[in-house]
Design a protein around this ligand. Structure first.
Ligand code: ZN
Length: 235
């Protein structure tokens, strides 16, 4: 059984069938709705960051330095992580994939702006993207487990390329900074995942959303799983 635990905003912890622990977009210490802080993370193998904004990336540096986890992200963002004392990074770029011990990871396109939080001289760039994972099956596992973390993004026609290739989709619904509920429901139409979990909403007033209204919009196209920070979904 794989387990996705939501820690608020765009942060998910994924325990895979093969025993790896992955952390997406940690934003814990300054996040008003997070259920844990960076110091509460004891064991993590990989930290995946979709871009360099402060609500997705700098907490990853703290956790990686303390735990020795490997950070995964774009070339420039990972070069910055190295410059900040992170020992293990894996540099990738959009459209590229790589097979890690837990499975295959591909960086998908996203449309969003970017600065690297902590890069005071502006020497590093950050191209926002999503992650598509095809997890390695565990003992006795049935079916594939493909997870799509969209990152921060607008609705993109490119999402249609994922149709039929996603089991669990993590999609932003907050509006204002990313796509809102209407566009996220269209993304579900494009991707046709089995399950969709909304994210990147209710952290601050500008991105307050009614997740159950989003679920009604999606209707029967996919199962919508609404997680509160600290709650988990097993699949
Ligand atoms: Zn964000």
């Amino acid at each position: 059984m794989a387990r996705l635990t939501f820690h608020g905003h765009a942060c998910f912890e994924l325990q895979t069938d093969t025993g790896s622990v992955l952390l997406f977009d940690p934003f814990l210490d300054d996040n008003p709705v997070a259920d844990i802080r960076t110091d509460d993370i004891e064991a993590v193998d990989f930290i995946l960051c979709t871009h360099g904004h402060y609500d997705h990336f700098p907490d990853g540096l703290k956790i990686a330095r303390r735990t020795g986890a490997t950070m995964i992200g774009t070339f420039e963002l990972m070069a910055f992580a190295e410059s900040q004392g992170v020992e293990k990074v894996h540099k990738m770029n959009v459209g590229g994939g790589y097979t890690f011990p837990f499975g295959y990871v591909k960086l998908t396109p996203a449309l969003h702006s970017g600065t690297v939080a902590g890069d005071d001289e502006g020497a590093y760039t950050t191209l926002a993207h999503g992650f598509w994972l095809d997890l390695k099956p565990g003992p006795g596992a049935e079916g594939r487990k493909r997870v799509y973390h969209a990152g921060d993004t607008a609705l993109l026609m490119d999402m249609e390329l994922l149709r039929g290739r996603v089991d669990v989709a993590l999609l932003p619904i907050g509006d204002n900074f990313t796509m809102g509920p209407e566009d996220a429901a269209r993304a579900v139409e494009f991707i046709q995942p089995r399950v969709v979990i909304p994210m990147h909403y209710d952290t601050w007033p500008p991105i307050a959303q009614d997740a159950s209204a989003f679920a009604r919009r999606v209707g029967t196209q996919a199962e919508v799983v609404i997680l509160k920070p600290g709650e988990a979904y097993d699949f």
